[in-house]
Design a protein around this ligand. Structure first.
Ligand code: NDP
Ligand code: MG
Length: 448
């Protein structure tokens, strides 16, 4: 924190008042200016290409031990082993800091391999487990949730990969934005809970918010072919999850193990359950509303079981632009880390040598009521996102522990939403308060 607010609303030209705390004058080659005018027209200031550097980008990965965190490390490992920057000056990325919560052995192994200068265990009780790993020469170790924000705003860090699960990722993502960082955003809950605050901070401190979520990353890539003012609608694709073809009565008895078995993506437990209920798509509609600064009416969802087309943008003239690739998070992660550059990375590629089909169908809101909830919350805004997210985190955890049935996830979320006292423009303090309220009410409602 402690960064100077940006004083002008126009960041398309070099700005001497812009925060420079992560860059010495010798590091920066200035704003990306090798692009045509359309590529720069991403609309929102936080989607503009970051400042070009003449050295490897220094990265902090918050949630490094999780699914997205590990995929990020694979991209960096591959990139540093195989490719150099386009100007031929060494590796692209340097891991400056890593955080984990419970998987301390994994955190220690990664910190050693990547020679991380800073390591955070966000669980306050993690110090003794860290000691057992043996001292890591050259790295500074901190415990507790506040250390995440400290790492996110380290002046040496260029890019913060926000890959913590749940609203636990909110404070550190906001801290990164306040420090004017490039945030590669996987933690969709930040936008669901506090999208209006995150984007306001990004404008104020000239930070970037680049999507890692595959649908949003696809939309961001498709947006490069037109002007944001020419977008008629965006269409998020949804795999439909493991229960796409199950009837409502069958959904009553599905087990956590069945819900965790996603047909196309390998992900952490919470997002896997969210995919099974289609709450994940609900959260993504809200995420898209804020990230692309679009009214909810311009955001739609289509079920696409193959997870090859990652989303569409339809422009005013009727052209629909899509991004295709096999389901592999390494590609959107890589795109966010090196935007607007592209390089040969480790992600799987399309194979057109054998026949395959792509299917699309409208979502069934009766069987997957969580999706309808997401569309309503995206329209209403205010405190609704924080309430929906908090209630969902509690019921997902309860479902995983066998305490509630699958359909109760969506019905409980609706009940809590309908009972909360709505505020259209909540402050961060109000959001944190309503998050606590919603968690308590949800526990009461399901009797745990
Ligand atoms: P995982 O559960 O695999 O990983 C979560 C990470 O957060 C781990 O590093 C975990 O540490 C850490 N963590 C857990 N609890 C806390 C806490 N209370 N405080 C701080 N850190 C904590 O999740 P995913 O990687 O699947 O998802 C991460 C985020 O990315 C989510 O917001 C998800 O919606 C989003 N996302 C994920 C995708 C995917 O393919 N996985 C796709 C698109 C978005 P530890 O493991 O050490 O306990
Ligand atoms: Mg997604």
């Amino acid at each position: 924190m402690g960064n100077q607010p940006k004083t002008t609303s126009d960041s398309s030209s070099p700005d001497s008042s812009a925060p420079q705390d992560s860059l010495g004058p010798q590091d920066s080659l200035g704003p990306q200016d090798s692009l045509g005018p359309q590529a720069r027209d991403a609309g929102a200031t936080w989607l503009r290409p970051p400042t070009l550097l003449n050295r490897p980008k220094r990265i902090a990965i918050l949630g490094a031990t999780g699914s997205i965190g590990q995929s990020t490390l694979k991209v960096i490992r591959h990139s540093n082993a195989t490719s150099t920057r386009s100007d031929g000056k060494g590796g692209r990325f340097q891991v400056l800091g890593l955080s984990g919560h419970s998987q301390i052995a994994q955190l220690a192994a990664d910190a050693t391999e990547f020679a991380a200068k800073r390591v955070v265990c966000s669980d306050p009780g993690g110090a003794s487990a860290w000691k057992q790993q043996g001292a890591m020469p050259g790295s500074e170790f901190q415990v507790g949730p506040d250390a995440l924000s400290d790492l996110a705003s380290d002046p040496r860090v260029d890019i913060v990969v926000a890959a913590i699960v749940g609203s636990a990722g909110l404070p550190s993502t906001l801290a990164a934005l306040t420090a004017g960082k490039v945030v590669a955003l996987a933690n969709k809950e930040t936008m669901v809970v506090a999208g209006h605050l995150a984007t306001a901070l990004a404008i104020q401190y000239d930070a970037r918010l680049l999507p890692v979520d595959s649908e949003h990353n696809a939309i961001f890539q498709a947006m490069q072919s037109g002007k944001s003012s020419q977008i008629r609608r965006i269409v998020l694709t949804a795999s439909g999850g493991p229960f796409r073809e199950k009837s409502s009565p069958d959904l009553e008895s599905v087990t956590p193990a069945q819900a965790l078995a996603h047909p196309t993506w390998k992900m952490g437990a919470k997002i896997s359950i969210d995919s099974a209920t289609m709450m994940n798509k609900a959260l993504e509609v809200i995420e898209a509303r804020w990230l692309f600064d679009l009214p909810a009416e311009k955001i739609e969802v289509v079920v696409h079981p193959q997870s090859i087309v990652h989303s569409f943008v339809e422009f005013e003239d009727g052209s629909v632009i899509a991004q295709l690739s096999p389901p592999d998070m390494q590609l959107p992660i890589q795109f966010a880390l090196d935007y607007p550059e592209r390089f040969t990375g480790p992600a799987r590629r399309m194979d057109f040598s054998t026949a395959f089909g792509l299917n699309f169908q409208p979502p069934d809101m009766d069987r997957f009521p969580a999706l309808l909830l997401g569309l309503e919350v995206a329209r209403k805004g205010g405190t609704c996102g924080a309430v929906l997210n908090a209630a969902n985190e509690v019921v997902v955890d309860a479902f995983l522990k066998g305490q509630i049935r699958f359909p109760q996830i969506a019905t409980t979320c609706r009940q809590i939403l309908e009972h909360h006292s709505f505020d259209a423009q909540p402050s961060l303090e109000q959001l944190l308060m309503i998050d606590r309220w919603a968690r308590q009410e949800t526990r009461k409602c399901i009797g745990i």
